[in-house]
Design a binder for this molecule. Structure first.
Ligand code: GDP
Ligand code: MG
Length: 162
């Protein structure tokens, strides 16, 4: 079976945009309205000749549990079935309680984590992503999922982790 990569993080950080980049097609995974991805969705992907599965999460964002609990719950579910995890954070917003909740859960799960500092659309912002070392899950990889910037380096790190 192919190795499985789970993409987790709080709503609106760009998980689905990143998954679109990774799978290399432009299907309608992303919508601007938050909470629109209804369930975990699995795709097949390939990078430098290696195939893997990638799981987009983010279905229960409007859940009665509240954002923090529902993000953690679905991340937990996806991470259980994954060989490695990409944690996406919005580098332009900073670390929120929901980010911290996911990090806690990832620590417990013990799966390899690759940190994606997303929405770094220009090189002038790259240094700003360095504060994300403080999350304690290793090197922040500056990425613009929207424009494709940095995704190659991120995927190299992913393949090392898978
Ligand atoms: P998700 O809820 O984590 O799946 O986030 P989405 O992929 O749906 O993206 C949420 C919003 O952020 C959308 O409006 C995207 O266009 C935007 N977005 C995603 N990635 C980037 C990025 O790298 N740069 C910028 N500027 N916007 C982004
Ligand atoms: Mg989404």
């Amino acid at each position: 079976p192919l190795p499985v990569l789970a993409v987790v993080g709080r709503p609106n950080v760009g998980k689905s945009t990143l998954v679109n980049r990774i799978i290399g097609r432009r299907e309608a995974v992303v919508e601007d309205r938050p909470g629109v991805t209804r369930d975990r969705v699995t795709y097949e992907a390939e990078w430098t000749g290696r195939r893997f599965k990638v799981v987009d999460t983010g279905g229960w964002e409007q859940d009665v549990l509240g954002i923090q609990a529902s993000v953690a719950a679905q991340a937990e579910f996806a991470v259980e079935a994954a060989d490695a995890v990409v944690l996406v954070v919005d580098a332009t917003v900073g670390v929120t309680d929901a980010d911290e909740a996911v990090v806690k859960l990832l620590r417990r799960a013990g799966k390899p984590v690759v940190l994606c500092a997303n929405k770094v659309d220009g090189s002038s912002m790259e240094a700003e992503a360095a504060y994300l070392w403080s999350l304690g899950v290793g090197e922040p990889h500056p990425v613009s999922a929207l424009h494709g910037r940095g995704t190659g380096d991120l995927l190299d790190a992913v393949l090392d982790a898978l």
